[in-house]
Write a protein that binds this ligand. Structure first.
Ligand code: NAD
Length: 416
């Protein structure tokens, strides 16, 4: 989180306010945008391996289904709370609307520490969660997906429980599933790949070469590590990467396969002592053309924004830049490609997974990546057009595009 007491929910409300200053909007629609349509809190008992029972709490926030069923991830984390879940569901509505996916915004979480659960307990928690939520989710109601600490294996258990509950085979209840259960080719790299397509597109506009473009990436997990490897393979100079314990830096460019080996071995620092920075946070301040925050929310805030030394920020994480910090960056002429565009590759391919589940016919990876590239680059070009039209930031332009589509959908449905 940021240094202030502001929450992700405060930030999304501020972003809505910024965008709606520039367009005509019905006040009721503005209220609808600021309020999730339904918030569900469930509790369920799960038998532990030692024979005891623990009562788990879980939330699902369903923000807007104006343009299609709610859609969004489900996380397992001890700090899951309702306010953050609501904010994340709101960003999902804006993300889906921006990239023109016929789905809405949802998000959920189970309050638990997966490090303290055995594999069998994770399976029981997954099944019990789906039993408890089963009435309010479904392929035409609310489609879930993996998020922090959840993965294809957990999605498989949940799909199985939902299917049994409905007496059928219903892969469309959830995305990010194992391929054998109707998962999609290309899903695991989709988020990073989408951001890489955007970076390549932006390079075209600035007449820059990959080999002379430096990139620093905070976070070496699903998003950050895959982005680092894709960019390295394209010839970019990835000068810094970090995880929660270590930041590596080499101004001539890191050897990313070697960093991946070090990470797989359990310690990114084993890459080489000379390349380790004194603290992981130092990564944010290295001089670089592009900075990719791909770890946590609120990492670029009022107190550290002046130390940022990048020309372009591509938000692979959700909510890494606070609104106050973004104002400073924009004043300094630093472009921020907002999360709802930059990390939309994940939800674009999740949507393609749903389409394949509905058709019961599956595409090759080449087809998936072609559709991903087309959709994300087209959305970027529309955002650029709005940046020029409204003389505003990329985030506000993206929010305006999303809000315009949501407003059109709500009006067409006769909600106002
Ligand atoms: P992950 O858990 O796989 O990876 C997170 C990485 O961040 C890990 O390497 C961790 O060590 C590192 N990290 C944690 N604290 C850090 C710190 N203080 N400094 C530096 N690194 C730190 O998670 P992920 O799936 O890569 O998600 C990261 C972000 O991207 C989240 O905000 C998530 O919501 C967002 N996101 C992910 C996807 C996806 O498909 N994976 C899609 C959309 C958005």
């Amino acid at each position: 989180m940021s240094q202030t007491e502001e929450t992700a929910y405060d930030h999304v409300i501020e972003q809505i306010e910024e965008a709606t200053k520039l367009i005509e909007i019905d006040p009721i629609i503005k209220d609808l945008l600021k309020t999730p349509k339904r918030v569900v809190h469930v509790s369920f008992p799960v038998e532990r391996d030692d024979g005891s029972t623990t009562l788990f709490q879980a939330y699902r926030s369903q923000h807007s289904d104006a343009l299609g069923p709610y859609k969004g991830g489900l996380r397992f984390h001890p700090e899951v709370d309702l306010e953050e879940t609501k904010a994340l569901s709101m960003w999902m509505s804006f993300k889906c609307a921006l990239v023109e996916i016929p789905q809405g915004g949802g998000k959920g979480g189970v309050v638990c520490d997966p490090n303290e659960l055995s594999e069998r307990e994770v399976r029981r928690v997954s099944r019990a969660f789906m039993e408890a939520m089963g009435d309010v989710v479904g392929p035409t109601q609310d489609i879930m997906a993996p998020d922090v600490n959840t993965n294809p294996t957990i999605m498989g258990y949940m799909m199985d429980t939902y299917s049994k509950r409905q007496s059928g085979f219903i892969p469309g209840i959830i995305t990010g599933k194992p391929l054998i259960l109707g998962g999609s080719e290309g899903r695991s790299q989709a988020t990073a790949q989408g951001a890489v397509y955007l970076i390549e597109r932006m390079l075209q506009d600035s007449n820059m070469e990959a080999s002379s473009t430096s990139i620093a990436i905070q976070g070496f997990g699903n998003g950050g590590q895959i982005a680092a490897k894709l960019l390295y393979d394209l010839g970019f100079k990835v000068v810094a990467v970090s995880d929660s314990k270590t930041a590596l830096y080499d101004q001539n460019g890191l050897d990313i396969p070697k960093a991946q080996e070090a990470k797989e071995g359990g310690d990114l620092a084993s890459y080489g002592e000379d390349d380790c920075m004194s603290s992981p946070d130092d990564l944010l301040y290295v001089e670089t053309d592009i900075l990719i925050p791909a770890a946590l929310d609120g990492v670029i805030h009022e107190d550290n924004v002046k130390q940022i030394n990048a020309q372009l920020i591509v938000e692979l994480a959700n909510g890494p830049t606070t609104p106050a910090a973004e104002k400073v960056l924009v004043e300094q002429g630093i472009r921020v490609i907002p999360d709802i565009l930059a990390n939309s590759g994940g939800v674009i391919v999740s949507y393609l997974e749903t389409v394949q589940n509905q058709m019961n016919y599956y595409w090759e990876e080449e087809e998936i990546l072609k559709q991903l590239k087309g959709r994300i680059v087209t959305s970027y070009e529309k955002v650029v057009h709005h940046v020029e039209t409204y003389e505003t930031s990329y985030r506000t332009a993206a929010m305006i595009l999303a809000i315009e589509r949501l407003q059109e959908g709500m009006v067409a449905r006769g909600w106002v």
